[in-house]
Structures are given as structure tokens and as C-alpha cells.
Design a protein around this ligand. Structure first.
Ligand code: 5GP
Length: 340
């Protein structure tokens, strides 16, 4: 590791909209960075990772990117994505490891991160101060928004490739500008990124209109399982369904939206049986129901309106457990006046 002037012994946390002096100093003073994000990366994880990587290059730093999982197909056209390494262990030595969109080192699923100097940049409601430096802004609509603020604070240029990656992150984590945290500033940022070279039409083409046929086959199967009970809707796929459709994990992204899209439904769950019979859950809500709280009861996390967790199988017992929890949560936390 190279010698740096920053000497931080106590973990520091900045819960603010803008990066604080300690975070800016760490990026200025350290030289070798490894950037990573959570496993099963979404558009914000990939867009922010690439955006920050290019910004660090602008600063003349040595920066590498590594993810546990492959880059989903729809994000492989993003500039720089071919430089993202896909591996489960740490292989080099770095002055700092930056984790994006993670509420703990384990979310990255990369082994060997602990013991290094860690920087955590996150916007999840379930965000935690697990790193040496933590910048958490739960009001940010996407980590891409925070990376943009970092660029401005550090006086770095937003080049067209950076704008493209950050726009993709913003689009993804606002649910195409639909979620609660989408505010006037979100559109101001989108406008800024488009002016810096992001092409909304081309990005939408890549993200929404370039799906593999396996994803559509899996969606068809999932929709045949759709159930509704008042304000709750759910749907699922078994591991056999996944194999029959020739589907991979990333093909599951967005399926839950078909359930939350039903009028009067306030909370929706998509369940996917894993090869080891555990069950992955994607939760979505609209209105007052906060699904991060629900997911965290099962060791998961996320945002108020989008969260996830993994439960022990079999599938039907996982379904029972989550439905019981959702019924309880709705009864306790949401006024019956909003029932659909
Ligand atoms: P998705 O349903 O798209 O997999 O996840 C929705 C949101 O919840 C994302 O922001 C994702 O990062 C978060 N999330 C999903 N699964 C987990 C989990 O197991 N742990 C935590 N902490 N967050 C999760």
C-alpha cells in the first residue's frame, strides 16, 4: 500500500447530501482504489461504479472495478463495463476499497475485504456505518446522484461517458422516475446529465428494450402464479421454471413490478426458488408501506419502496412467512382507510 497523509483511526460517518472533507481528502490522498458494489448488481450499482471509476481516472488514480456477479446483459453496453472484473476474492493490494450501495461488506459477497481501508457510499434506508469512512444519504434517489455531487465537490468534469453511466443509475434506482424519492432535483440532475452527453433514448433502448427472450418466457410463467389478497399481491418461480425458461438471475429483475402495478395493491412480493432451495424475495410497495423494515426482519434490507431478502425454503413455507409478516405489518402500520 502507498503511504498517504490521511490517518483515520476511528470510523467516520457523514450523513449529508454532500461529501464531507474526510471523504474528499481520502479520494485526493490515496492512490490505489478498488471499487465494488453489491452482488446481483442493478443499474445504480453498475452506473455508479463506472461513473466513479472514470472520475478517479480523471484524478489520475489507479482504479479497478470488481463485482461478485457478471454485469447483467442490459448494462454491458455502458462505457467501461468491459473493465469490470467478475471474481469472488480479492487479488491485489489497494489503499482503499470503495463499496457502493452496500450495507455491509457481505453485500458485495467478495471475500477478503475486511482489514482494508473501506469507504462506504450508500443511500439505502438500511445503510450502516460499517466502513472506515461512511457517506450515507438516505434522501438521495440513487448513489449515482451522490457520485455526481462528489464530482462537483472535487471539481471533476462530467464527460459524456460519465453522464451516460450516472443517468443509467438514476433511471434504474428511481424506477424510471416513479419512486417516492423522485423530486424536482432528480429531474434537474437528469437534465444536467443529458446536457453533458447522456442519451435518454439510447439508454432506454439498452435498459428496457434489449431483453433476452428467456426473460419474457420467465415472466409468462411468473404471471400464471399471480395471487392477490386485498392490498397484497405475490407471484413466484421455482428453480425448475428458471431452467425451463433458460433464465438466469438477472432475468428476474422487474417481475415484481407486474404485481405492484395492480390497482389497490400496496405491497407486492416476487419469490424465486434458488438451486439450494432457499428463496430470494423482491418486495415493492407504494404509499405508506415501508418494505425495507419488512426485509430487515429477515436479514435483508433496501429502500422504503423496494427491498429484498433471502429466506430458508421450501418455497411455500417462505411464502407463508412473508405473507404473515406483510399482513401483520399492514394491520399495524397502514391505516385501513387506504385499502384498495
Ligand atoms: P431487488 O428486489 O431489486 O433485488 O432489490 C431491491 C432493493 O433492495 C435494492 O436496492 C437492493 O439493493 C436491496 N436489497 C435486495 N436484497 C437485499 C438484501 O438481501 N440485503 C440488503 N441489505 N438489501 C437488499
Amino acid at each position: 500500500m502507498s503511504q498517504t497523509a490521511t490517518c483515520i483511526t476511528e470510523p467516520r460517518t457523514e450523513r449529508s447530501a454532500h461529501p464531507g472533507p474526510a471523504l474528499l481528502a481520502a479520494f485526493r490522498e490515496k492512490d490505489r482504489f478498488l471499487l465494488t458494489a453489491h452482488a446481483r448488481p442493478d443499474g445504480d450499482a453498475i452506473g455508479s461504479l463506472l461513473g466513479l471509476w472514470m472520475l478517479l481516472k480523471e484524478m489520475g488514480k489507479h482504479a479497478e472495478m470488481q463485482l461478485f456477479d457478471r454485469v447483467p446483459m442490459i448494462y454491458r453496453t455502458l462505457p467501461g463495463s468491459e473493465h469490470i472484473r467478475h471474481a469472488n476474492g480479492l487479488s491485489g493490494s489497494y489503499d482503499a476499497i470503495v463499496l457502493l450501495e452496500c450495507d455491509g461488506v457481505e453485500r458485495s459477497r467478495i471475500q477478503g475485504l475486511s482489514g482494508n481501508f473501506l469507504i462506504n457510499i450508500d443511500h439505502h434506508t438500511s445503510g450502516r456505518d460499517f466502513a472506515d469512512l461512511n457517506w450515507i444519504d438516505v434522501n438521495a434517489s440513487a448513489v449515482a446522484e451522490m457520485i455526481h455531487r462528489f464530482a462537483l465537490a472535487a471539481g471533476l468534469p462530467i464527460t459524456p461517458p460519465i453522464a451516460t453511466c450516472l443517468y443509467t443509475g438514476l433511471l434504474s434506482d428511481t424506477g424510471s422516475f416513479c419512486y417516492e424519492r423522485t423530486r424536482a432535483e432528480t429531474f434537474a440532475l437528469a437534465k444536467d446529465l443529458v446536457e453533458q452527453g447522456a442519451s435518454p433514448a439510447r439508454i432506454a433502448q439498452d435498459v428496457y428494450f434489449s431483453n433476452p427472450a428467456s426473460k419474457m418466457r420467465l415472466l409468462g410463467t411468473a404471471l400464471t402464479t399471480l395471487q392477490r389478497e386485498g392490498r397484497i399481491a405475490w407471484l413466484w418461480v421455482t428453480h425448475t421454471d428458471m431452467m425451463r425458461a433458460g433464465a438466469v438471475e438477472e432475468d428476474c429483475e422487474g417481475i415484481v413490478n407486474y404485481a405492484i402495478g395492480i390497482s389497490g395493491v400496496e405491497v407486492a412480493v416476487f419469490l424465486r426458488e434458488l438451486p439450494d432451495h432457499r428463496v430470494r424475495l423482491s418486495l415493492r410497495s407504494k404509499g405508506k408501506m415501508h418494505v425495507a423494515e419488512v426485509a430487515s426482519r429477515f436479514g435483508g434490507g433496501g429502500h422504503d419502496n423496494a427491498s429484498g431478502c433471502t429466506l430458508e425454503g421450501p418455497l411455500y413455507s417462505a411464502m407463508d412467512r412473508i405473507l404473515q409478516e406483510l399482513r401483520r405489518h399492514l394491520a399495524v402500520n397502514v391505516s385501513s382507510g387506504s385499502a384498495g
